[in-house]
Write a protein that binds this ligand. Structure first.
Ligand code: FE2
Length: 378
């Protein structure tokens, strides 16, 4: 029996239930060629295509899949495409983070009632394999969130997309990377706007706030940022949000905001069950990662204590380690994947830890600043 003194646990109310991140849509200058990059360097399979051949008149799209991760790469087919200005303003980058939901109409109505700005009203698309429903709202910058449901859809991705011709790509000469799922997606917003967007995710999407770093935790001589993390009711979706903090010279967040032309997605972290094999494969496939100084690994045993992996293997590949009360994590960051110093990727393997690698920020920022110095943007 419970004593009457004991508080009963408050049930978590999830008024905007999101099942999962369904896909990330990237708007790029040349989707056909970007698909080669994500396939041959990151190890994605190209599973579906939409374009002129599938009666898509205004854009070409490629659906890429690895584990539970889906990227959709889209390019406009003319200047008449309503989003074509994105390419000049932002360069290649993330346009939309799409959630799978139970009920598109309800989710859209509820988020709009809570203050979301609508982009696309609930829309039903149909082809001979079923019905696909979606609606879209705005988030930071020109980034959007789509709510979609394909419970009654049996096609490969969405109406308009067809399975890729088997002969479109030859069997890969690249090594599979073993990426499993999206761990978190990080947004960069303007100075002073972090709390606004944290509140947006709390109020509009019913997220909770996780941990909080401030600029005392995260600063080097030049770069400083503030970061807060929001997560969905189930904890399955995690969005850290960064803003620049005052520093002597231009921080990496300011550099991003300048080259991206405002707020947007800074990095996507993808989880693997074996980061050593993943990074070996990706390096073989020619992915460039940020490197920290060798001295990082001299300090490692005393900083993180015993870990399963061999320090020599981690040092050889440049993989970073951090520990918190719950366990440890291994992580590594790619260099920006397009010409502008904007979007990059993180590979992460968690051993119990649910944090984001705060202990690595100083070493990482020094590595990023070294790159900024080479770009003349420090
Ligand atoms: Fe991250």
């Amino acid at each position: 029996m419970h004593s009457s003194m004991q508080a009963s646990p408050t049930p978590v109310r999830d008024d905007v239930p999101l099942r999962r991140i369904d896909h990330v849509r990237m708007f790029v200058g040349n989707a056909r060629q970007s698909a080669y990059f994500y396939r041959n360097a990151f190890g994605f399979d190209v599973i579906a295509y939409a374009g002129l051949e599938t009666r898509h008149r205004h854009e070409a799209g490629y659906v890429l899949r690895q584990g539970q991760i889906t990227f959709v790469l889209v390019s406009p087919l003319s200047g008449q495409h309503p989003e074509s200005r994105r390419l000049i303003e932002h360069g290649d980058g993330v346009q939309d983070i799409a959630f799978e939901v139970e009920n598109v109409q309800h989710t859209f109505d509820e988020t709009v009632r809570r203050g979301a700005v609508p982009v696309t009203q609930p829309t039903l698309l149909e082809d001979d394999t079923g019905v696909y429903e979606y609606a879209t709202i705005r988030t930071y910058g020109d980034t959007t969130h789509t709510f979609l449901n394909r419970d009654r859809y049996r096609g490969v991705f969405a109406p308009g997309f067809l399975p890729l011709d088997a002969d479109r790509y030859s069997p890969g000469t690249f090594r599979p990377a073993g990426l499993k799922a999206i761990d978190h997606v990080v947004g960069n917003v303007e100075e002073g706007k972090m709390d606004y967007w944290v509140d947006f995710y709390k109020q509009v999407l019913g997220f909770n706030q996780l941990v909080h770093f401030d600029d005392k935790d995260i600063s080097t001589e030049y770069s400083a940022l503030m970061s807060k993390v929001v997560q969905s009711g189930t904890g399955r979706i995690k969005f850290p949000i960064n803003e620049p903090a005052k520093s002597k010279r231009r921080s990496q967040i300011e550099e991003y905001l300048q080259f991206h032309g405002g707020p947007g997605v800074q990095h996507i972290a993808m989880a693997t069950g074996n980061i050593i094999e993943t990074v070996k494969a990706m390096r073989h496939n020619d992915v460039s990662f940020l490197r920290v100084p060798r001295t990082y690994y001299d300090m490692l045993p005393s900083r993180v204590g015993p870990i399963k992996e061999k320090i020599e293997d981690l040092a050889e590949l440049g993989i970073l380690v951090d520990r918190d009360e719950e366990g440890y994590l291994l992580q590594i960051f790619t260099k920006p994947v397009a010409d502008r110093p904007t979007l990059f990727f993180e590979i992460i393997q968690r051993h119990g830890s649910r944090s984001f690698g705060k202990g690595n920020f100083k070493a990482l920022f020094e590595a990023i600043e070294h790159e900024q110095e080479r770009r003349g943007t420090l």
